[in-house]
Design a protein around this ligand. Structure first.
Ligand code: X5A
Ligand code: ZN
Length: 664
């Protein structure tokens, strides 16, 4: 199950033929530098190369009017003067004698990608195309776009492949208003877009790009707009929106297919976006979507105009689709006030449609849409000036780090009567006790067996930290003893920050330290109200881990943001016996946790949980988790308790903030 790469040089063969400052950034080199970066890094060789094809008239008509198609059909025969004239009726777009051909290939590329993923030829893929698509409307070209590649692909997936629910994630920095218009009243397509907005001062300056456009009629709730009202948004702002808005909605929506309007003008250095998120953020955005729809994800290029950050971002995306370890999301700051205002507004606007957002707070008291009206009435001058100043700043950022795959992707320590699952490698360590434990033996430790287990765990952890192994799966007879043994005075020269995720009850946890060397998050039905502190976070659900709705909300809204902020060097995932967690939920959890600590997750399970070895191994190998079915609505009290917990922890953990009140 590979990753498709769709590209054809033909799509570099049109360009702007006259002077137009609004369009001069949309150049053929956007595509060539992106493709060359994939070739140079060896990534393209690891992909399944699939040729584009031309979309047919019937396919283009899935999202466009006949009049418009007929008009565009004439452009190859127009003179330069005619083309200029034709272009004038649309906004921020240009035509060229070869653009119609390229636009058919761009849309056809998206369709080829959908076919390859839906027929199981590949798991996921990316199409590098020009012209982009998300601004084009039923009867109008717009914003460098001629045909709406992704909108056509979504309709096609429904029609040709019987897909019931399509999620479109538009991480381009512009609002894909064309996609919004196409699916506004359609509940089978959920459109999510974040975009530079600046209270409607930024192109395309539409009232309907604001957070309160939630969809119409049956489609109410299926259009999610996140306006950025300031430039300079960073990784933490993007991740915060994913954790607290997109993922809860996406998991509740439960798509059969994910399409990404993959524009990289949301990356640092882009002249259009003026944002500050680094190219490695796209590895995380991609990864966070890869366990939806059973991993069926099609990314289609939209914008991206900085010829350095664009190819870097494309490579990060492709490398993630291929399953390489994620870069560490280091140095996250807290989300900024403006981002939190937007976050709060979107959550509030959507809470009536999504049970996962039901407990979201109200809009901020100073409603940001009031600012829009106020600003619109102000004279221009000042703001324009500020924008120019910012654009003049030269942005620099380091090259994204290498992401080397360990020689052993997943190692296992299993009792003799458990067969080693395919793809895992049995871990063999020397019989000698780990040097860090030798002293204990001298002190006459009573339980030799436990000591040997811990010794082997330490050896495994060591190999993870030197990247000789990626993840690990360990089955042991007494999980409590092993966990205590491993964590009690876990030497900080072995690992400096461990995220311990405990699924289910665990009796005695007195040995846990609170000095920040470990962060302990537990999900169970126990209420440990009194014991909470910054590094010990018990999450209590009435029905414990068997409550998928509660569990996934705790994972998305608490665990993920905590983990991003903590930035562990190792993740220890402990499954206590009888935790009640269902296999697909468990696999989702593992899949998401693999995004931290460069994929170094060590899973501990008890010997009598053999039946879960298969699903666990599959998830640790990076195979997509099956979708969560039959999500019940979250228990009212649990929901409120989760909100309270998050609120209380916000002072210590900034990534848990979902409101702008009290922040600066
Ligand atoms: C696809 C895309 C941007 C158009 C900007 C026009 N279009 N000012 O990024
Ligand atoms: Zn864009």
């Amino acid at each position: 199950m590979g990753t498709a790469l769709i590209y054809d040089e033909e799509m570099t063969k049109y360009k702007l033929l006259w002077v137009d400052p609004a369009c001069k950034i949309e150049v053929p080199e956007r595509l060539t530098v992106s493709y060359e970066a994939l070739v140079r890094s060896g990534l393209s060789d690891r992909c399944v190369s699939i040729p584009p094809r031309e979309a047919t008239d019937a396919e283009i008509l899935l999202a466009h009017s006949e009049e418009y198609l007929e008009a565009v059909k004439k452009t190859p025969y127009m003179t330069l003067e005619d083309l200029k004239e034709f272009t004038l009726q649309y906004g921020d777009v240009y035509f060229h004698p070869n653009i119609y051909h390229c636009a058919k290939l761009a849309a056809g590329s998206a369709l080829q990608l959908v076919d390859s993923v839906m027929t199981g030829k590949v798991r996921n893929g990316i199409a590098l195309v020009r012209p982009p698509g998300h601004h084009s409307m039923r009867s109008a070209a717009n914003g460098f776009c001629v045909f709406n590649n992704v909108a056509i692909a979504a309709q096609y997936a429904k029609q040709k492949h019987g897909v019931k629910r399509v999620l479109i994630v538009d991480w381009d920095i512009h609002h894909g208003q064309g996609v919004q218009y196409c699916f506004e009243d359609d509940p089978s397509v959920l459109y999510y877009s974040w975009h530079r907005y600046e209270h409607q001062k930024f192109w395309p300056n539409l009232r309907e790009s604001d957070y309160d456009s939630v969809g119409k009629g049956n489609g109410a709730g299926f259009n999610v707009n996140v306006p950025w009202n300031k430039v300079g948004m960073e990784n933490s702002d993007y991740l915060s929106i994913f954790c607290h808005v997109l993922l809860p909605v996406a998991y509740e929506f439960c798509p059969d297919l994910v399409l990404v309007c993959a524009g990289f003008d949301s990356a640092i250095g882009d002249p259009e976006g003026e944002m500050c998120a680094t190219p490695d953020i796209f590895a995380h955005l991609t990864h966070l979507l890869m366990n939806l729809a059973g991993g069926k994800l099609c990314a289609v290029l939209e914008g991206g105009y900085n010829l350095t950050s664009l190819p870097q971002s494309v490579c990060q995306t492709v490398q993630t689709l291929l399953g390489d370890p994620l870069p560490q999301p280091a140095g996250l700051r807290s989300p900024c006030k403006s981002a939190l205002e937007s976050l709060q507004c979107v959550r509030s606007a959507h809470r009536r449609y999504w049970s996962f957002l039901k407990h979201a707070a109200n809009q901020p008291s100073t409603d940001i849409s009031t600012k829009r009206i106020k600003l619109a009435n102000e004279e221009e001058g000042k703001t324009e000036m500020a924008v120019e100043e910012r654009a003049a700043e030269i942005k620099e950022w380091p090259e994204p780090p290498e992401r080397p795959s360990p020689p052993v992707r997943c190692a296992s320590l299993l009792p003799e009567d458990v067969a080693c699952p395919d793809g895992l490698k049995l871990f063999s360590s020397s019989k000698d006790l780990h040097p860090l434990l030798a002293s204990k033996l001298q002190n006459g430790a009573d339980d030799q067996d436990a000591l040997i287990t811990v010794s082997r765990l330490y050896a495994m952890i060591e190999k993870m930290l030197t990247n000789e192994i990626g993840s690990g799966l360990v089955l042991i007879s007494d999980i409590s003893a092993a966990m205590m043994g491993a964590l009690q005075d876990l030497p900080s020269d072995l690992v400096d920050r461990v995220l311990v995720v405990c699924v289910g009850k665990e009796k005695d946890l007195n040995y846990l330290t609170t000095d920040g060397k470990m962060l302990f998050v537990q999900i169970s039905d126990e209420d440990k109200e009194k014991e909470k502190n910054k590094y010990f976070i018990p999450v209590s659900l009435k029905k414990g881990c068997s409550d998928t709705a509660g569990f996934i909300q705790a994972v998305l809204g608490l665990l993920l943001p905590l983990a991003y902020e903590y930035d562990p060097t190792l993740v220890l995932l402990v499954r206590t016996p009888g935790s009640g967690v269902d296999d697909s939920m468990w696999q989702q959890l593992i899949g998401l946790l693999l995004g931290f600590a460069k994929g170094h997750t060590l899973v501990l399970m008890q010997t009598n949980e053999k039946v879960h070895v298969g699903p666990t191994a599959s998830a640790l190998l990076g195979r997509p988790a099956p979708p969560l079915l039959e999500l019940q609505t979250l228990d009212q009290e649990d929901g409120e308790a989760l909100e309270r917990l998050r609120e209380r922890l916000q002072t210590d953990w900034k990534m848990l903030q979902t409101t702008s009140e009290g922040t600066e």
